[in-house]
Every structure is written in structure tokens, then in C-alpha cells.
Design a protein around this ligand. Structure first.
Ligand code: CP3
Length: 349
């Protein structure tokens, strides 16, 4: 098996720097659009054969060192009892928005194998189809990032309703977040049991807070999830799967993120990787961090930036190459293919 990615996550020696791309299965690939033209996004997420097909596309096309399950961080919101819809070009809609005791009270902490069995079936199918070619990454949204969609009812600009709940009704926020946190913990345990070989926790909106508020209203729940997962794997005598914690707008929060208990820290492109490493401590494994829109540069300029990131990553105990956030739908796929090759070639030991 190509275990370069898992070795790098554990800070072990690797023959080259492994690379995968956030949102690597998606609309920038014509092969994805072909599958997507026949079904809507949620139906795809709920059909293990389609999940497996589009999860494997970037493995064949890009030659990346890890597969990430094709799904969405909002799947557990529906399992908790909220309505979920993805409208064309409008993003997700969640209804009713969670704003008061009544709407929080109606949410459940679901059994993932009951309500999200299609995800675990997809993982089981993928492990079979991957046949150990590359490891499979499972994922969930962090509680705060998941909660913003549930409270706002979709995507938001200034997160007014989320911050109002935090500042006006902190007890309600905490009781809501306890439900979200338990749901995500059980969901991730189920993914690991089904065969996920690493877990990424997406905290896309962590950067909306001051460091103090981030610690209290977002990070505390992530810590709880990571600690629970580690204790549970130990008690089940399972080999610990690496946990990657990705936070958007990472730079203001590195000292806090460092205390999360994660094995790997995802870094966005708004900070140089060497600066991030010096603040996290050189004993860490980092993942990142090219600006996703640098994929629109000519390939010789992309290569200069690849070399720069690889050089800046040297002081870390381990490095997994990635973009600083998801690849965007307009990206020329040939540049992503070239990027993977550049990382492999330029990092060969
Ligand atoms: O990385 C991968 O390839 C795995 C699949 C994956 C998707 N979403 C597929 C997707 C993953 C890991 C996600 C995570 C996700 N989803 C996040 C966190 C990471 C990030 O990008 O910030 C968030 C915030 C979401 C919520 C979400 N899903 C939004 C806001 C949208 C609409 C915006 C958009 O990109 O269209 C989605 C839809 C979505 N999730 C698509 C895909 C491929 C597009 C669906 C389509 O085909 O129309």
C-alpha cells in the first residue's frame, strides 16, 4: 500500500512529501460533472456506488496519496432532524434555522449507523475498491462550523445569528453545541469502525472569533471530540487513526489550535508555513498551504510556489502537501495534475 500519507501524519520518515487536495472530488473535474449531471448532490452523497465512483476519480486522475470520502459536513444536520437542501448555485439551505429552545429541543443525537448508514456503507465499499492503493480519509465539520450553518440556516457573511446566540443566550448555545458535539463524536467513531484510516475535522469558520472566544466557543468542543476519539480507540484496542484539524483563517489562532490534541494541523495560505511551524513548535506535523487560486498561475510559477512551500515545511516533524482550502470549480484540472507531480518530484529524498 502507498502509506506515505499515514506515515507523514505520524511524523515518520517518508520517501517524498505526500499530497492530497481539499475538495479533490468535485466540479473542476469533467468526470465529476458527468456523474453529477444525472443526480443531485444529496442523492449522490446517499448512494454508496456513486460516492465510491467520485471518491476514486481524483486517485486515478491526479495520482494523490490519499482519498477523501465524498460527502458533506452537513449530512449530520439532517440526521439530527433539521431539513437540508442544496439548491443549484445557491449553496446549502437548512430549515428551520436553530435559534431558540424549541428548535434546539427538537434535535436528536442520532445513531449514525441508523440515520447515516449510507456514509458507513460508502466507506466499507471504498475500502474494498481501494484495495489499499491509498488510505481513505473520513471527515466531519467541527461543532462550531457545523453549528453556524444550522443557526444561520445556510451560508453567512457575518454570522450575526451565531454570535447573537453566543452572546445573548450562552446557555442555549452550550446545550445546542453539546448535542452537535455528541453527534459528531458518534459519527466519527462509526466512520473509523467502518474503515476510515484518518479523520479530518473541518473548522472552516473558526476564524470568525477572537482567540479567547475561539477557545471557549469552538475549540473546547473540538478538544472534547479528539479526546473522546482517542480514549475510545484505546479502550477498543484499535490502532489510533491520525486526526487532522483544519481551521480557516489559521494565523490568528495557532497558539490555541496547538492545544487541540490533533496529530496534524491544517494551515491556510494567509501565513508562511515556516512562521506557522515556529508558532506551533517544530515537533508538529502540518498540512498545507498553497492559495487555491494560485492554481490559475502558469505552471512554472506554480512550481516556484511548490518549492517554496516544501522549503518552508522543512523544520516540521512532518508535512502533508495540500492547498490552504478547497480547490475551486473553475480550476484547470491539468494544473492540479501537474501540482501533484511537482510535489512528488521536488520532495524526493
Ligand atoms: O474534499 C472532498 O473532495 C470531499 C468532499 C467534500 C465536500 N464538501 C463536497 C461538496 C468535503 C470534505 C466538503 C466539506 C464541506 N462542506 C465544508 C468544509 C470545507 C470547506 O470547503 O470549507 C463546508 C463548509 C461544506 C458545506 C458546503 N457544501 C457548502 C457551503 C456547499 C456549497 C458551496 C459549493 O462549494 O458548492 C457545499 C456543496 C458541496 N460539497 C459540493 C461538493 C463537491 C458541490 C456540490 C455540487 O456538486 O453542486
Amino acid at each position: 500500500m502507498n502509506d506515505t500519507f499515514l506515515k507523514a501524519c505520524r511524523g515518520e520518515n517518508v520517501p517524498y512529501t505526500p499530497v492530497w487536495i481539499m475538495r479533490q472530488a468535485g466540479r473542476y473535474l469533467k468526470e465529476y460533472r458527468a456523474v453529477r449531471s444525472n443526480s443531485n448532490f444529496l442523492t449522490m452523497c446517499k448512494t454508496p456506488e456513486l460516492v465510491a465512483e467520485v471518491t476514486l476519480q481524483p486517485i486515478d486522475i491526479l495520482n494523490v496519496d490519499a482519498a477523501i470520502l465524498f460527502s458533506d459536513i452537513l449530512i449530520p444536520c439532517e440526521a439530527m432532524g433539521q431539513g437540508l437542501d442544496f439548491q443549484e448555485n445557491k449553496g446549502p439551505i437548512l430549515f428551520p434555522a436553530i435559534r431558540d429552545e424549541e428548535t434546539v429541543g427538537k434535535l436528536s443525537v442520532p445513531d449514525p449507523e441508523d440515520t447515516m448508514k449510507f456514509v458507513m456503507d460508502s466507506i466499507r465499499l471504498l475500502r474494498k475498491e481501494l484495495a489499499d492503493r491509498v488510505p481513505l480519509i473520513g471527515f466531519a465539520g467541527a461543532p462550531l462550523t457545523t453549528a453556524t450553518y444550522m443557526i444561520e440556516g445556510g451560508t453567512s457573511k457575518n454570522f450575526l445569528n451565531t454570535k447573537r446566540m453566543i452572546f445573548e443566550a450562552p446557555d442555549l448555545y452550550h446545550s445546542f453545541m453539546n448535542k452537535v458535539t455528541s453527534t459528531i463524536t458518534e459519527y466519527l467513531k462509526a466512520q473509523i469502525s467502518a474503515g476510515a484510516q484518518a479523520i479530518q475535522i473541518f473548522d472552516t469558520w473558526g476564524g470568525i472569533f477572537s482567540p479567547q472566544d475561539f477557545s471557549e466557543y469552538a475549540l473546547s468542543y473540538v478538544k472534547k471530540i479528539i479526546q473522546d476519539l482517542k480514549n475510545w480507540q484505546e479502550s477498543e484496542k484499535l490502532e489510533q487513526v491520525p486526526i487532522i484539524y483544519f481551521v480557516g483563517e489559521t494565523a490568528g489562532l495557532l497558539e490555541e489550535i496547538k492545544t487541540s490534541g490533533a496529530d496534524v494541523f491544517g494551515v491556510d495560505w494567509r501565513i508562511n508555513l515556516d512562521t506557522a511551524i515556529s508558532r506551533l513548535g517544530s515537533d508538529v506535523v502540518v498540512q498545507g498551504n498553497l492559495d487555491p487560486l494560485s492554481m490559475f498561475l502558469p505552471q512554472n510559477k506554480i512550481e516556484e510556489r511548490v518549492k517554496d512551500v516544501l522549503k518552508r515545511a522543512v523544520p516540521a516533524r512532518g508535512h502533508i502537501f495540500n492547498l490552504g482550502h478547497g480547490v475551486v470549480p473553475e480550476t484547470p484540472p491539468e494544473n492540479v495534475i501537474a501540482l501533484v507531480e511537482m510535489v512528488h518530484q521536488n520532495s524526493k529524498k
